[in-house]
Design a protein around this ligand. Structure first.
Ligand SMILES: NC(=O)c1ccc[n+]([C@@H]2O[C@H](COP(=O)([O-])OP(=O)(O)OC[C@H]3O[C@@H](n4cnc5c(N)ncnc54)[C@H](OP(=O)(O)O)[C@@H]3O)[C@@H](O)[C@H]2O)c1
Length: 265
């Protein structure tokens, strides 16, 4: 093991939620390439099955659990699959997420609940249920996919920002508790990433000024690579994009230009 490597992905048993597309798919591919055994979850069965077949053809051991991660039965099945197929769990990746964009005053109350159900409650409860398995795992780790919007709120995204801030607070609070149980926690806060995320939102009732030119963002494969490297090196938190890192630094030390821009957005 190199000086900087504290964890070996090869042979580890990994659950990934939201693995049928975007960052979750890239994480499945990256962890699979590095030798992990995978339990993948998403709602679209045909897509997930196709991904599993492709990964298996490349030599990765894969199990799938189809369904909504907000459903407690689906979460229980995910952990049971890791136990039954691979004999346990070493890494849980809470990735599944959904957004809603528009004026908070005009939005449906159900949308706030739905965003929290998927982006926060499902991840928190899956983590809670996974702790007994992770305690028996090797170099156990929880990876939470947050967002830079969990560190800086922006207008027309109140529900999503609130859920991602919750994810950050939860991760920070839980990390020392998990450490005592021998489980690490890595929070990944991507900036804009080149996935179908903005096409899959619950609602898009506003034209977001910062998306006018359709910025493509960081490739999901780069986010997945940075995440796997951070997991191996035992990092606690990463922002896997230069733009995201620059925005958060500006926000911390010199926030007024961002406030000025957002007040007028
Ligand atoms: N893209 C960005 O700019 C960006 C930036 C920062 C953070 N993030 C975060 O990164 C994570 C992944 O987003 P992405 O960009 O990869 O989005 P995406 O391309 O829309 O992919 C979302 C994935 O989650 C699955 N999913 C959605 N709702 C689900 C549910 N209720 N139960 C199970 N699976 C569900 C989707 O599959 P099915 O439809 O088949 O269920 C899909 O596999 C999210 O947590 C997101 O908040 C994204």
């Amino acid at each position: 093991m190199s000086l900087f490597r504290r964890r070996t992905i090869a042979g580890s048993r990994v659950v990934v939620t939201g693995a049928s597309a975007g960052i979750g798919l890239a994480l499945a591919e990256e962890f699979g390439r590095r030798g992990a055994k995978l339990v993948l979850n998403a709602r679209r069965e045909d897509v997930l099955r196709g991904i599993a077949e492709k990964l298996a053809a490349g030599g990765t051991e894969v199990e799938i659990v189809v369904g909504d991660v907000a459903d407690p039965e689906v979460r229980a099945k995910l952990l049971a699959a890791a136990q039954e197929r691979f004999g346990g769990l070493d890494t849980l990746i809470n990735n599944a997420g959904v957004g809603v964009f528009g004026r908070f005053a005009d939005a449906q109350p159900e949308q706030l609940r739905q965003v929290f159900e998927v982006d926060f409650f499902a991840a928190a409860e899956l983590t809670r249920s996974a702790i007994p398995l992770l305690r028996q795992g090797r170099d156990a780790l929880v990876i939470n996919i947050g967002s830079i919007l969990g560190q800086r709120g922006i207008p027309y995204s109140a529900e999503y920002c609130a859920a991602k801030f919750a994810m950050r607070g939860f991760s920070e609070a839980l990390r020392p508790e998990l450490k005592k149980l021998g489980i690490g926690l890595l929070l990944v806060s991507p900036g804009t990433t080149d996935t179908g995320f903005f096409n899959n939102v619950l609602a898009m009732n506003v034209s977001l000024p910062w998306r006018k030119n359709n910025p493509r963002g960081t490739p999901p494969a780069a986010v997945a690579r940075a995440t796997a490297n951070a997991a191996e090196r035992g990092r606690r938190e990463i922002v896997p994009s230069l733009g995201g890192t620059a925005m958060l630094l500006l926000n911390r030390f010199f926030p007024w230009p961002i406030d000025w821009y957002l007040d007028r957005a």
